[in-house]
Design a protein around this ligand. Structure first.
Ligand code: NAD
Length: 295
C-alpha cells in the first residue's frame, strides 16, 4: 500500500534508500541540512521540505538516516511533537544503544510506534535495495515497519526490544573488525614463512579458520576477485566506519560491564590506521598496517 514516507538525512545511504521507496510506489518527502544533498535527491524524485518539522506533519512513516546518536536525538526531539498520531518512526542510522533507547522513549511518550533498524550492506546495498535491517522494537512496530523496509532491503531481522537492532549491529561489526585483523595477521605471517596467499586461502577458507573476512573479503589480492584488495583497497566499507562501529561496541561494553579485550584492541589498531590517513580506505587495508607492526 502506498504511504507518505519522510526520509531525514539524504547522504550516501539515505538518498538511495529514499529512491527505492519511490520505486516501490510511495510518496517520499525528504530533508537534509546540506543543500547539495537536497538538490541531488530532488533530481531523483524526492520532494524536498524546508525543515524536518515541515516534512513530517502528514507523514505515515518517518525514517532518519543520520551520522550519530546526537543527531538522531536532536531530530527526534523536533519531529516527535510534530508528527500525526499513529505515525511510525524508524531510525536506520548506526548509533549507540543508549541513544537508540532514548529515541524510543521519546516516541513512547507520545504512544508512537518506533523501531531502531540499522543496516549492513553499505552504499552498494542501499542502491540495489539489498540491505540487511536489524530491527529493535515491539512486535507491532516491527510488523508495521517490515513492508516499508522490504522496499529497501532483502533481509529484515527482528532482533528484540528497543535498542536490540543497534546491539546486533555493533556485536556483528565487532566480530568483523576482530576477524579481519586476525585474518590479516595470518596472511602477514604466511608471507614471512614463505607460504603463498593462495595456499593459505585454499586451506583456511575450507577449514576451521573459515570466516567472512577470508571467504568474501580476503585482504590480499588474488583469491577472492571481488574483494577490495584487488581494487587498491577502495571501499567497500571504509576504515572510518569500522572505527566508528568499534567505538560504539566499546561504549556499549563499558555501560553493560562486558569484557571485550579483543574488541578494545581492534579499536586501537583501527584508530592508528585511521590516524595514519587511511580513514577512506577499505577496512581490509588493515593488512598493510599489520605488516608494518613491530614484533
Ligand atoms: P552521510 O554523512 O553521507 O549522510 C548523513 C546525512 O545526514 C548528511 O547528508 C548530513 O547533512 C545529514 N544530517 C546531519 N544532521 C542532520 C540534521 N539535523 N537534519 C537533517 N540532516 C542532517 O552518512 P551515510 O554514509 O549516509 O551514513 C548514515 C548512517 O548510516 C550512519 O549512521 C552510518 O554509520 C550508517 N551506515 C553507513 C554505511 C555506509 O557504507 N555509508 C553502512 C552502514 C551504515
Amino acid at each position: 500500500m502506498s504511504k507518505s514516507i519522510v526520509v531525514i538525512g539524504l547522504g550516501n545511504m539515505g538518498a538511495p534508500m529514499a529512491v527505492n521507496l519511490i520505486k516501490a510506489g510511495h510518496k517520499v518527502t525528504g530533508f537534509d541540512l546540506t543543500p547539495a544533498c537536497c538538490d541531488a535527491a530532488r533530481a531523483e524524485g524526492v520532494i524536498i521540505a524546508s525543515s524536518a518539522v515541515e516534512a513530517v506533519q502528514s507523514a505515515d512513516v518517518v525514517i532518519t538516516m543520520l551520522p550519530a546518536g546526537k543527531h538522531v536525538l536532536s531530530v527526534w526531539g523536533e519531529i516527535v511533537p510534530a508528527v500525526r498520531d499513529g505515525a511510525l518512526l524508524i531510525d536506520c542510522s548506526t548509533i549507540d544503544v543508549e541513544s537508540a533507547r532514548k529515541a524510543h522513549a521519546l516516541a513512547a511518550a507520545r504512544k508512537l510506534p518506533s523501531i531502531d533498524a540499522p543496516v549492513s550492506g553499505g552504499v552498494g546495498g542501499a542502491k540495489a535495495a539489498t540491505l540487511t535491517f536489524m530491527a529493535g522494537g515491539s512486535g507491532e512496530a516491527f510488523a508495521a515497519a517490515k513492508p516499508v523496509l522490504e522496499a529497501m532491503g532483502k533481509r529484515i531481522v527482528h532482533c528484540g526490544d528497543a535498542g536490540a537492532g543497534q546491539a546486533a549491529k555493533i556485536c556483528n561489526n565487532m566480530i568483523l573488525g576482530i576477524s579481519m585483523i586476525g585474518v590479516s595477521e595470518a596472511f602477514a605471517l604466511a608471507e614471512k614463512l614463505g607460504l603463498s596467499h593462495q595456499a593459505l586461502f585454499d586451506v583456511a577458507s575450507t577449514s576451521s579458520g573459515q570466516c567472512w573476512s577470508i571467504t568474501s573479503y580476503c585482504p590480499v589480492p588474488g583469491p577472492v576477485p571481488a574483494s577490495p584488495a584487488n581494487n587498491g583497497y577502495k571501499p567497500g566499507f571504509a576504515a572510518a566506519l569500522m572505527l566508528k562501529d568499534l567505538k560504539l561496541s566499546q561504549e556499549a561494553a563499558k555501560v553493560a560491564g562486558a569484557a571485550t579485550p579483543l574488541g578494545a584492541h581492534a579499536e586501537e589498531i583501527y584508530a592508528a590506521f585511521n590516524a595514519a590517513g587511511h580513514d577512506g580506505d577499505d577496512f581490509s587495508g588493515i593488512i598493510n598496517h599489520v605488516r608494518g607492526l613491530k614484533r
